[in-house]
Design a protein around this ligand. Structure first.
Ligand code: CA
Length: 261
């Protein structure tokens, strides 16, 4: 019978470590030598076994009616004596769009202190109001060219700095003597609900395009895990990380055994 015939042949090629792979249905196993293999995860899947679904971990796409909301705790403003840094990369072809906003909670009707990054008529605007008159740093070049731009925004008290790619950095100072950013609202990326009223009319369009690698004070955020709310956010395929997970066959067998126990 067929079963007996099968028994006469090796059921497994022992030199192929992928026969013991744990890459799962969302990973492709690639043998690197007799005992080791790589898991190459499908789009949006991550982790040693490609079983973690992470569509917007590092990069998110916004459509003009989308936003990610982060807790104000992610970016505290406790002193005017310390540098605060925002960094991310983006690309867009739209000449207008709000990239980042933090202000008062929406229940406060009048816009007082705020910090914002947005594109206005193709130029990047970094603005902050501390109570005595806002600082506005505006890029000389347009940034709505569909290309990737890495940006960094610093502020210490009234002094601010904007760096786009390797272009000359821009510096600015807000007016008056007030140096504290008093904002109790959450941080919004890619847009704000009720945009015009939330920003006191400063912005009329939410962002259309991709934002990735968002860092607040040097800490890179997992956009999906950190978000407390969001709307219409989609993955940004071209900026997905293509991770490879190198594993040894022996170790994965031990892990399997341990899981069974
Ligand atoms: Ca203030």
């Amino acid at each position: 019978m067929n079963e007996a015939i099968y028994g006469c042949f090796p059921v497994a090629n022992v030199t192929d470590p992928c026969l013991a792979s744990s890459c799962g249905i969302n990973g492709a196993c690639v043998a690197t030598n007799a005992t080791h293999y790589e898991c190459r995860c499908k789009l949006y899947y991550d982790g040693p076994n490609c079983d973690q679904f992470k569509p917007i971990e590092h990069a998110a796409r916004f459509d003009g009616d989308a936003f990610i909301e982060l807790s104000a705790d992610e970016f505290p403003h406790l002193t005017s004596e310390k540098d605060e840094v925002i960094a991310f990369k983006f690309k867009t072809k739209q000449p207008n769009g709000l990239l980042l906003w933090q202000g008062q909670r929406p229940t406060v009707a009048q816009i007082e202190d705020f910090i914002s990054v947005g594109i206005v008529n193709g130029h990047l605007h970094y603005s902050y109001e501390l109570g005595g008159g806002a600082a506005h740093l505006v890029s000389e070049e347009r940034v709505d060219d569909g290309k990737e731009h890495r940006v960094r925004f610093e502020r210490r008290g009234r002094r601010g700095l904007m760096q786009i790619d390797n272009w000359p950095e821009l510096r600015g100072v807000s007016s008056g003597i007030l140096a504290m950013l008093n904002v109790d609202g959450n941080i919004f990326i890619g847009g704000v609900p009720n945009l015009e009223s939330s920003t006191g009319g400063l912005f009329k369009h939410n962002f259309v395009g991709c934002v990735a690698d968002v860092e607040l004070n040097g800490i890179k955020l997992d956009l999906m895990a950190t978000a407390i709310d969001g709307k219409n956010v989609k993955p940004c395929d071209e900026w997905m990380l293509n991770k490879r997970w190198l594993k040894s066959r022996r170790r994965s067998q031990r892990e399997s055994a341990w899981r069974i126990v």
